[in-house]
Design a protein around this ligand. Structure first.
Ligand code: FAD
Length: 483
């Protein structure tokens, strides 16, 4: 049986299996990681570095690795994806095995993993998003930014999303970096987008887009925007596009700015300058001839998505005016009776990603969408850890996720060394899991398989003058990977 399975796993893994099963590896710590985004890969890197013999298996539900680096980070930010080089190095270590196309919680249960490994790190990110819970949210012209991002990044589950861009005005609810990403993709000239890895079907749709105005809506004031300076600067300088900002929303920033910490200060300085100062001549002339606009609106909460007479098509977003109560950390936006309507044909909800539970035995906080943990150790579960967004919620960039991954990896190794994680008994590791998968007729994708798909995508992309053309259908991915 093992012989057969060996053929289905990576060449690296096969080499290791051939050294003999349980007897020679009984005391080698067998660790598995659920999820192959930054949180999973950085944790694996740390474990391999800090422990001389530990073996790490990374399970991934998709046939491809890298999580949101492949499917979240904007296609026009390829430099952000350079961390993939480090992940690839980690995957090539002979104590690390990547097993894609394995959905933990469905193909293999968490308790089966617990049985097969000495320790488990949960690094499976946030697969859902928060909802507004307002009337009209179910209309087809209301999408989550998560789906929209998945669509333009070629995520299989969103690859065939119906996105109606035959509209002039789009409302984006939220003012974080994801909101700015989707606004930028909607407003960027096609000649720039064609150089990215946005799938061809999505480029065709964007090419026909009628979108001229994108309005980003925030609950609180301009001082509370959640995006960062790099993303704002890109919007300010976006070719063919100008900001349309209401000066009264920014006057108070001038008094506030001097007392702020540096990154926030620089961000709000740029925001205030953009809104209040005359642009340099070159920018002024670019803005004057621009055909498209981005707008920021503040102190507004969506209360209803309005439909045309057909009851199907979005015609606008009803917004309640908010007032701010309290100070500092305790400041809250409180809705008033006053409302206004923003005319738009598409609403994108960008109010945060959200984790989901994969097993009822795990302590899950449904309010925050996270697994309850003490700095990475899952509460009440010895030998189980979290890393990245499933432990922290959807906050932080790849750098902070790296810190989270390193922390969890170090903690796990410390617990092995202190005896808190018991490695005295032999564990079946991936061989045990592969038996379970084999019985279900499920064949994992190993890292060599992924390399094959990667090569295919980059070759097809090169012919189209882009970095890659992603395969967006899971079966097709498997066919190419397993070829
Ligand atoms: P993820 O990256 O989501 O990885 C989780 C992995 O787990 C996924 O591959 C998923 O398929 C897998 N998985 C899920 N469920 C299961 C299961 N049941 N079994 C097996 N596997 C499973 N950061 C930056 O630094 N720069 C940027 O420009 C940037 N842009 C971003 C744009 C968007 C739209 C988003 C949403 C985030 C962006 N980030 C950016 C943040 C960055 O992507 C995150 O910090 C990071 O990806 C979080 O890593 P993670 O490993 O926790 O989650």
């Amino acid at each position: 049986m093992y012989m057969l399975l060996r053929l289905g796993v990576s060449r690296l893994a096969a080499r290791r299996f051939s050294t003999g099963a349980a007897t020679t590896t009984a005391h080698v710590p067998k660790v598995c990681i659920v999820g192959s985004g930054p949180a999973g890969f950085y944790a694996a890197q740390q474990i391999i570095k800090s422990h001389e013999t530990a073996e790490v298996d990374i399970y991934e539900k998709l046939p491809v690795p890298f999580g949101l680096v492949r499917y979240g980070v904007a296609p026009d930010h390829p430099e952000v994806k350079n961390c993939i080089n480090t992940f690839t190095q980690t995957a090539s270590k002979n104590r690390v095995t990547f097993l894609g196309n394995v959905d933990i919680g469905s193909d293999v249960t968490f308790s089966q993993l617990r049985q097969a490994y000495h320790a488990v790190i949960l690094a499976y990110g946030n697969a859902k998003d928060r909802t507004l819970n307002i009337p009209g949210e179910e209309l087809s012209g209301v999408l989550s930014a998560r789906q929209f991002v998945g669509w333009y990044n070629g995520l299989p589950e969103d690859a065939d999303l119906k996105v109606n861009l035959d509209v002039e005005s789009v409302a984006v609810v939220g003012q974080g970096n994801v909101a700015l990403d989707v606004a930028r993709i909607l407003l960027t000239p096609m000649d720039m987008l064609r150089k990215t890895d946005i799938p061809e079907n999505v480029l065709a749709c964007l090419d026909k887009s009628q979108v001229k105005y994108v309005t980003l809506i925030g609950r609180r004031g301009s001082q509370n925007v959640a995006f960062t300076i790099k993303e704002l600067r890109e919007m300010v300088n976006l070719p063919g596009c100008r900001p349309n900002l209401i000066t009264g929303d920014y006057q108070h920033l001038k008094d506030l700015i001097p007392s702020l910490p540096r990154p926030r200060k620089r961000l709000l300085e740029l925001l205030a300058k953009t809104a209040l100062d005359a642009p340099a001549p070159a920018l002024a002339s670019a803005w004057a001839s621009a055909q498209k606009e981005w707008r920021l609106r503040f102190l507004l909460s969506p209360v209803e998505v309005l439909a045309e007479a057909d009851g199907q098509t979005v015609s606008g977003l009803k917004l309640a005016h908010n007032r701010l109560e309290g100070d500092g950390e305790n400041q809250r936006a409180v809705q008033t009776e006053e409302t206004e309507t923003l005319e738009c044909g598409l609403v994108l909800r960008s109010i945060g990603y959200k984790g989901i539970p994969i097993d009822s035995s795990l302590p899950f906080d449904h309010r925050t969408g996270t697994i309850a943990n003490d700095n990475g150790r899952v509460k009440g579960q010895n030998g189980v850890y979290v890393s990245g967004w499933i432990g922290t919620g959807p906050v932080g960039v790849i750098l902070s996720t790296m810190t989270s991954g390193f922390t969890s990896g170090k903690m796990l190794v410390a617990d092995i060394n202190s005896g808190q994680v018991d490695v005295s008994s032999a564990k079946g590791g991936k061989e045990e899991v592969l038996d379970i998968l084999s019985e279900k007729g499920k064949k994992p994708v190993n890292f060599s398989d992924w390399n094959r798909l990667d090569k295919f995508e980059t070759e097809v992309g090169a012919k189209l003058g882009k970095p890659r053309e992603k395969v967006t259908n899971v079966q097709k991915m498997l066919n190419i990977s397993h070829d």
